[in-house]
Design a protein around this ligand. Structure first.
Ligand SMILES: Cc1ncc(COP(=O)(O)O)c(C=O)c1O
Length: 410
């Protein structure tokens, strides 16, 4: 983990990868040199185009998707709109209550009689019926950090013939992901994948791709983009590249090194690291551990007091939907956890072994009562949880589907 962390300049007291990731040293170098080249009169479009393909290939590796099934994009809502535009009239779309608006709103405003139905995330699989055309959900919820039972939802959709669309924006980068479990996935890579904003990816299986109309086609959707600049753009790419939109060049220049770093990383080790820190933080605050470990911790903070305390100590956290939210990533360590707990008054003694709910802790005032966390579980359980199931430990298992089913069903 220290090797990965060495790719970052900062990170101390930054608990907000769920809002915005930090740029890697490689990203900073690449963007600076791209700017220098442009400023000196030699913008390098060919290099930017190579960066786009390097980013696409690295992302494909990371989410275990064939590279031909990956399209580039810039915003989640735009990718989701492509899917919405291809649904039949009067289709029913099922989403979790309170999921991120960029995933939900394109269906709400699709028109043509398209109906949006919502259900609590925990009951999403049960809510899929034979009348459901598409189940669209985030693998990890932005507002709560809850991890969806993706395997259960995918199985329910397969049973009834519904398609699945999964938003990986809050997951890819810390949670092992197998995009091929879903008909389509979307991801904006500026959070856990530490890319500049404006770098997004759509994966789509060939059978679902056949049902999607390339309504956003432009010159980059052509089989050869540089020969597709005029008129109707020539021949569309035969693979998912026909859903490409033209790339935000500089953003992709910065994205390629970050995505290659994450694709090369041992993601199960990163998962154990991030969820281990989150579990330590929850234990320090006396919060129950969720049924499926998450790198994001949220708790009720209607008055904003917890967020204000963190901010006052120079800790970057966030607040969403009346909850305080912290996130733990590769550039964080135990000291970040303890400093945040200290800021919240949740430890008496700063440092080793000091994870005690102290006098004046926000937890003691009952702010955590009713937090939607699931089954209680020991923080120490998390780093070894793959081992504990007797499933082959923390080295990457052979089958990507095995990894995803494993981590999502815990
Ligand atoms: C689950 C999820 N999807 C997508 C986004 C970003 O949406 P967009 O790419 O439309 O800005 C966020 C941002 O917080 C998010 O949490």
């Amino acid at each position: 983990m220290s090797t990965l962390a060495s790719h970052f300049t900062g990170g101390r007291d930054y608990l907000a990868a769920c809002t915005l990731g930090l740029p890697t040293r490689g990203t900073v170098r690449a963007v600076r040199s791209d700017l220098d080249a442009a400023a000196s009169g030699r913008p390098d479009v060919a290099a930017a185009s190579r960066a786009v393909e390097a980013a696409r290939a690295a992302y494909a590796r990371l989410v275990r998707s064939p590279v031909g099934d990956v399209a580039i994009a810039s915003q989640t809502s735009v990718m989701v709109s492509l899917v919405a535009a291809s649904l039949p009239d009067d289709a029913e779309v099922l989403c979790p209550e309170g999921d991120f608006s960029s995933l939900v709103a394109p269906f709400a405003y699709a028109g043509r009689g398209i109906r949006l139905r919502t259900a609590p995330l925990a009951h999403l699989a049960d809510a899929v019926t034979s009348g459901t055309s598409l189940v669209a959900f985030s693998l990890v919820q932005s507002a709560t950090g809850e991890v969806a039972d993706a395997a259960g939802i995918a199985a329910a959709a397969t049973r009834t013939g519904a398609r699945t669309l999964c938003d990986l924006t809050q997951a890819a980068g810390w949670l092992p992901v197998d995009a091929t479990l879903f008909d389509a996935t979307v991801c904006h890579a500026y959070k856990w994948l530490c890319c500049p904003r404006g770098v997004g990816f759509l994966t789509v299986t060939p059978s679902f791709a056949a049902a999607l109309r390339p309504v956003q086609a432009g010159w980059y959707s052509g089989d050869d983009p540089w020969s597709s600049c005029y008129g109707t753009g020539g021949t569309l790419a035969s693979d998912a590249r026909r859903f490409d939109v033209s790339p935000a060049w500089q953003a992709f220049v910065g994205a390629a090194p970050a995505l290659e770093m994450f694709a090369d990383a041992d993601i199960t080790e990163l998962y154990a690291h991030a969820t281990g820190l989150a579990a330590r933080f929850r234990a320090g605050l006396g919060l129950a551990q969720p049924a499926r470990p998450s790198a994001i911790v949220t708790w009720p903070d209607a008055t904003g007091e917890a967020l204000a305390r963190l901010t006052a100590r120079g800790i970057t956290a966030s607040g969403r939907a009346g909850r305080a939210r912290v996130a733990f990533h590769v550039f964080n360590d135990d000291a970040d956890v303890d400093r945040a707990l200290g800021a919240l008054g949740a430890i008496r003694a700063h440092g080793a072994g000091g994870l005690l709910a102290g006098d004046g802790a926000l937890g003691a005032s009952g702010l955590f009562a009713g937090d939607g966390a699931c089954a209680p579980g020991g923080a120490g359980r998390v780093p070894g949880l793959l081992d504990a199931r007797g499933t082959g430990a923390r080295t990457a298992p052979d089958s990507a589907r095995h990894v995803v089913a494993l981590s999502y069903s815990i």
